[in-house]
Ligand binder design. Structure first.
Ligand SMILES: Cc1cc2nc3c(=O)[nH]c(=O)nc-3n(C[C@H](O)[C@H](O)[C@H](O)COP(=O)(O)OP(=O)(O)OC[C@H]3O[C@@H](n4cnc5c(N)ncnc54)[C@H](O)[C@@H]3O)c2cc1C
Length: 511
């Protein structure tokens, strides 16, 4: 294709920031060097990275595949462990516990959703025998309960093919791993602190960044991965921030690593407290812990005490305090600048979605990679897709706070009684009727995810799909029982999580 067909090409891409967002972008953008585009990443050792994104969700496999990363090598390099889902404690009520797994529940039958068969059967439990919990029909849940893990089978005829997983990893090691990948592939790293950003006086487009030592890096396309600072999109281009704090009041976090104790769980734990929640993320060499809370409802000192008292082993470093505001930039792409990662927005880490949003931004950027003329239609499309994704994730996170019966603190009283976005209210309302739930276009979370959280937080539908009546009760009971048996025996046959890692991908210092 000639230059005339494609317009004037981008020649110099500058990525500002070397956290997970910067290095994920650089690793993917290293492909662009083959098209004659130079890719430079600037990061400041003095400023450092936020370094707390340690839990992921299954679409990360797509990113690894895109880069051609060997999974065992990646797990070893990042001290990673495997994640089958999240255990939620004390969310619906104090004392409640449920699991939001990856993968599906049961199997749809003749067009009737599995959870509808289960809903009906559990209502008829006396007649049909105990239908168990919905989690009994999800392999990731049952394996997580047993502390077991193996990779799914490629044979779709087996139950083992339904296992779905992601990773917990050390964010600092992940950035280092991707850095070495990107540098090998031709990305140039520049260390230094940006002190000035230049713009074209007529168009306002970014033209260069200047470092504290006077070096100047010019570019024709910029990716802002500068973290919460949002140096280019926010500070320089003045794109405003839309706060979601009224729905997501948590605005502080404290992170602290601790030593290992007990079994290596293949899941994240999220334990709700009086004014937020605590995470526990097991890695090979340590456990990541944190407390996310609302500063309007809890002091920093109390939050730190609650976190340290909840540790099940000694802390390995002093606690780190972080501040944030849930929300997103009004646009993620403006002029010749795209913000990826925290520079574009932040939804708290309850469902480990930030790294996914980075990945999603990168994939969409690759799909809409511009010419030097920057087609506004493409920029609008990018913004529309990303904003929709942010908002769909936002709704799912709000659900966790809103769907509660807790009344033991001002925080929960606020969450339980707040007005939620119309999009979420409509979804809950539809569910309350006959347990209907639909995945909308571009929605990250599957129907199974919504079902797990809605049921886990005690929002029970009034009725079920009338078509479920087409299946005789007794036969359905047998079908369910058989499915539970197969899932239980498949999970029991897996190695323990620790044994799987030891055999396949133990990091040198954790072997
Ligand atoms: C409490 C908490 C918990 C989280 N947990 C999870 C999780 O479990 N799962 C998940 O997916 N995500 C999680 N996240 C989000 C995740 O940490 C981030 O999405 C991810 O780390 C990406 O951060 P970043 O690269 O955008 O920003 P940062 O890591 O802050 O990187 C910013 C980069 O910009 C550079 N920079 C900034 N200003 C300048 C300057 N003037 N000159 C030069 N360089 C500059 C910095 O040096 C740094 O390299 C969590 C976030 C928080 C706050």
């Amino acid at each position: 294709m000639s230059g005339a067909d494609t317009g004037a090409p981008i020649r110099k891409l500058v990525i500002v920031g070397g956290g997970s967002a910067g290095w994920m972008t650089a690793a993917a953008a290293s492909r662009l060097t083959r098209a004659g585009i130079s890719v430079t990443l600037v990061e400041s050792d003095e400023i450092g990275i936020v370094g707390v994104g340690e839990a992921t969700i299954p679409p990360l496999h797509d990113f690894n595949r895109f880069l051609g990363i060997d999974e065992n090598e990646f797990v070893r390099a990042t001290q990673a462990s495997f994640k089958l889902g999240i255990e939620f404690a004390n969310w619906g009520r104090v004392g409640d516990r449920y699991f939001h797994p990856f993968g599906v529940h049961g199997r749809d039958t003749e067009g009737v959703k599995f959870h509808q068969l289960w809903l009906r059967q559990s209502r008829l439990a006396a007649a049909a025998g105990d239908a168990g919990s919905i989690g009994d029909y999800n392999l990731s849940t049952v394996a997580a309960r047993l502390g077991r893990f193996t990779r799914p089978s490629p044979d779709p005829a087996t139950v083992l093919s339904s296992l779905s997983y992601a990773f917990h990893f050390d964010a600092g090691l992940y950035a280092r791993f991707l850095r070495s990948f990107a540098e090998r592939a031709g990305v140039v790293r520049v260390e230094g602190k940006i002190v000035a950003v230049e713009q074209d006086p007529a168009s306002g487009f970014l033209t260069a960044v200047t470092l504290a030592d006077g070096r100047r890096l010019d570019g024709d396309f910029f990716v802002d991965c500068s973290g919460f600072r949002s140096l280019l999109l926010g500070d320089t281009l003045g794109v405003g921030y839309r706060s979601w704090q009224h729905w997501l009041p948590c605005d502080r976090a404290i992170a602290v690593p601790s030593a290992h104790s007990g079994a290596l769980h293949p899941y994240t734990r999220a334990t709700a407290g009086k004014a937020g929640w605590r995470w526990r993320i097991p890695l090979q060499h340590r456990v990541g812990n944190g407390h996310v809370y609302s500063s309007a409802h809890c002091s920093d000192a109390d939050a730190e005490r609650e976190l340290l008292e909840g540790l099940d082993a000694a802390p390995l470093a002093p606690p780190r305090h972080l501040r944030f505001l849930a929300g997103r930039r009004e646009k993620l792409w403006e002029k010749n600048c795209v913000a990826i990662g925290l520079a574009g927005g932040f939804i708290e880490p309850l469902e480990s979605t930030s790294i996914h949003l980075i990945q999603s931004g990168i994939f969409r950027l690759m799909a809409l990679f511009p010419n030097a003329d920057f087609d506004q239609r493409e920029i609008d499309q990018y913004n529309q897709l990303l904003i929709r994704e942010y908002e769909q994730i936002r709704d799912f996170i709000i659900l966790h706070y809103y769907a509660t019966e807790r009344s033991d603190s001002d925080f929960w009283n606020h969450c339980r009684t707040m007005e939620v976005p119309d999009s979420l209210a409509a979804k809950i309302d539809l569910w309350r009727g006959k347990g209907r739930v639909f995945r909308e276009q571009g929605d990250l979370f599957t129907e199974d995810s919504w079902i797990a959280v809605l049921l886990g937080q005690n929002i029970l539908p009034e009725a079920y799909d009338p078509l479920a009546r087409a299946f005789p009760v007794e036969q359905t009971g047998q079908f369910l029982q058989q499915m539970r048996r197969i899932i239980a025996s498949t999970a029991a046959a897996m190695p323990t999580h620790a044994a799987f890692i030891k055999r396949n991908c133990a990091a040198a210092s954790a072997a």
